[in-house]
Design a protein around this ligand. Structure first.
Ligand code: ADP
Length: 268
């Protein structure tokens, strides 16, 4: 009986330690997997423009007597790949910095902050042959991290510009309701399927890799946007815009941004 009891206890302790090991190792392993996936994706994204660049430069060497004009296509393609890589590395750096915690630095903000943003978006939209409408419902002064919020709105505005056709219409509504600020960015572009809506906030996700790459898309914008919204303890949702296009709605709490960076890290 004593031996059977000892074996039973021993077996029980083995089962408990295995369970505990699994329980403690699981988050570490999943963080490691995420990190690995991130590095793989980033390397893959850098390999493509590097390969094109190498190819283009080799072509230049094949015709050493040709002029810059003769090779203008090669040179401009190379430049565009260099720009892609620069954008990618800037975004990666932003993400990495943000991951170690977003520090919110609120400043007193009035309507004029948004009016300035509206007028620069209006100009950018016009230059791209599209139209922009800004609507603002805000009285008095609120506390806002102006640089961070501008970055957030610009990610959504840039996407709306990129993914609408000629004569596309883009709107940004800003509304304060109690202690909550609501941003609505809508466009009448190509829209996003319900299946893809679930994935667009994942890093490096693009609905159509080849096409969005042409448009300079790297699939990092919305994951950055989500990190900013999370830092504000807020919510970002995506829905169809009626009758056509995409609508992003963001709600952020003005009174309760997260101040503990570790909390953001857990959410990733
Ligand atoms: P990207 O840099 O590729 O635009 P994002 O993370 O900002 O990366 O967006 C992820 C993907 O979501 C985009 O590649 C695009 O396919 C889709 N998307 C984002 N915004 C819009 C929009 N306004 N309309 C249509 N598709 C969009």
């Amino acid at each position: 009986v004593i031996i059977t009891t000892m074996i039973a206890f021993w077996l029980l302790s083995v089962v408990i330690s295995l369970y505990l090991a699994n329980w403690t190792l699981k988050p570490i392993l999943s963080a490691y997997e995420k990190q690995k996936e991130f590095v793989e994706n980033a390397s893959h994204e850098l390999r493509t423009p590097l390969a094109i660049l190498q190819n283009r430069l080799e072509l230049l060497f094949q015709n050493p007597t040709s002029t810059i004009i003769d090779e203008s296509e090669n040179i401009s393609e190379s430049l565009s790949e260099v720009r892609n890589m620069r954008l990618l590395t800037t975004n990666l750096l932003n993400l990495a910095r943000r991951e170690s915690g977003i520090k919110i630095s609120p400043e007193p903000t009035t309507a004029s902050y948004f009016e300035n943003i509206f007028s620069s978006y209006e100009m950018l939209a016009e230059n791209a042959g599209k139209s922009f409408t800004g609507n603002l419902k805000l009285d008095g002064t609120i506390n806002l991290d102006q640089a961070l919020i501008k970055q957030l709105l610009t990610i959504l505005f840039d996407n709306a510009l990129k993914y609408t056709h000629d004569n596309g219409e883009i709107s940004l509504d800003v509304q304060k309701a109690g202690g909550i600020l609501i941003f609505t960015v809508a466009d009448n572009g190509e829209g996003i399927s319900d299946e893809d809506k679930k994935k667009i906030f994942d890093r490096f996700f693009r609905v159509d890799k080849a096409r969005t790459r042409q448009k300079g898309g790297l699939g990092l914008g919305l994951s950055l946007a989500k990190q900013i919204v999370d830092a504000y303890n807020g919510k970002i949702t995506v829905e169809d815009n009626k009758p056509q296009g995409t609508k992003f709605v963001i709600r952020i709490r003005l009174d309760n941004p997260i101040t503990n960076p570790a909390k953001i890290f857990q959410k990733l």
